[in-house]
Structure formats: C-alpha cells, structure tokens
Design a protein. Structure first.
Lengths: 114, 116
C-alpha cells in the first residue's frame, strides 16, 4: 500500500519563508509531485522530483530524499495569494502491475496573513 | 486552462439515482485518472485508464465504474447514489510514458456533485 503524510495546516506571514513537509512509504517509487489547490478549484502543478536533491523554480523549491521517504516544498517571499492547500503526490509503479499510480496526500492548508 | 475538460460543472441529483461524469483529456494524453474530493478532504484516487484499458484501481466503490473510449475521453458512472457521495470529482490526464519523465497530471475543473 501507500502512505503519504503532511501537516494538516500551517500559518505564516506575508514575506516570510515556509517549509511544508511530506513523508511517504511506497514500493516502486517513481517520482514525487507538489500541487497547489485553491478552495473549490483544480490542483495545479508546482514541481517534480525523481532524484535526490533540490529543484528550484522561482519562489518555490522542492527537495527529495528517497532513502528517507521525505520531501519538502519551500515557499519564499510569501504572498497573500499563496494561501491555498499544497498537495504532495507520489507516483509509483507496483512491481506486479508495471503501470504507474499517482496517489495524493491529504494536503496542507497554508494560511498567509498580512 | 489545463486542456482537460469535464462536464457537467455542477450536478444535483437525488439519492438512489445514477449519474455519468464526462472527461476529455488533453490532446495527446493517453492516461486518465479519476479522483474524488469530499469537503475539506484530500484527493482520493479512484481509478486510472491508459489508452482504453484500466491500469490502476484505488478505493473505488462497487457502485462506481468507469471506462475510457477509443477517442480517449472517459466517463465515470456513479449509481445508487448516497448523500455521502456528494463531492468534487476531478479528472486528470497525463502522457504517462511509464518512465521517470516529468509527466505531470493536468486536472480538469471538476464536477461538483450534490446528492440530496
């Protein structure tokens, strides 16, 4: 099976930096995605990691450690519009199927205050 | 606009009824995923199709079924509806090459189903 854990809620101040953690347990790991979702809207893609290390993309960075089953999303220079849920998703290819699944964590609701 | 189209956007129906949700993937995407998101809940994976064939199944109820047609659009059928089935249903599509490429899933705007 698959298990993905994220904090339920986080708060931060405009202009600050926040780190959202994600831990996972899966077999056949084949990539980790971060998505942003505003309430009632579709999730939108933020970042992708398949190898260990840091991927930077503007104000957003994502880190992966496959040996620890751990990832984080780092948001810098927070803006009010960053208030949203952030979803960690793990892609895996179970050994007995050969096909990939994409499973999401429950998401972290981030509230950015002035 | 992600390129993934879902219809209808909103659906209100009574308990015990059956509904069909439709999804048109992005042009060129062979893989379609269906997810259910209840109020303040995460995305629950239901089922995945690739080029017309079922590839992966999540916690999909027996009352629910799906299929992907030769033109690659997909339908999710929900029957004997219960109040607890009220949720946002998202469809996503990806190229799904099977490798480690960054083939992220693109989401449609969802269908909001309300069972009364």
């Amino acid at each position: 099976g698959q298990n993905i854990d994220q904090p339920t809620e986080m708060t931060a101040t405009e202009g600050a930096i926040v780190q959202i953690n994600c831990t996972y347990q899966t077999s056949g790991f084949n990539g980790l995605f971060w998505y942003q979702q505003h309430a009632g809207e579709a999730p939108t893609f933020l970042s992708y990691n398949v190898l260990d290390g840091l991927e930077e993309k503007g104000r957003f960075s994502s880190f992966l450690s496959r040996s620890k089953g751990y990832s984080y999303l780092l948001l810098k220079e927070l803006q009010m519009k960053d208030s949203a849920s952030y979803l960690c998703a793990v892609r895996s290819r179970p050994w007995n199927t050969g096909f990939q699944k994409l499973v999401f964590g429950t998401g972290t609701r981030l509230l950015v205050s002035p | 606009d992600s390129g993934v189209t879902q219809t209808p956007k909103h659906l209100i129906t009574a308990t015990g009824q059956r509904v069909t949700l439709r999804c048109s993937p992005r042009s060129g995407d062979l893989s379609v995923y269906w997810y259910q998101q209840s109020l303040d809940q995460g995305l629950q994976f239901l089922i995945q199709y690739y080029n017309g064939e079922e590839r992966a199944k999540g916690n999909i109820l027996e009352r629910f079924s799906a299929q992907q047609f030769p033109d690659l659009h997909s339908e999710l059928n929900l029957s004997s509806l219960e109040l607890g089935d009220s949720a946002l249903y998202f469809c996503a599509s990806s190229v799904s090459t099977g490798g480690t490429l960054n083939t992220e899933a693109f989401f449609g705007q969802g269908t909001r189903l309300t069972v009364v």
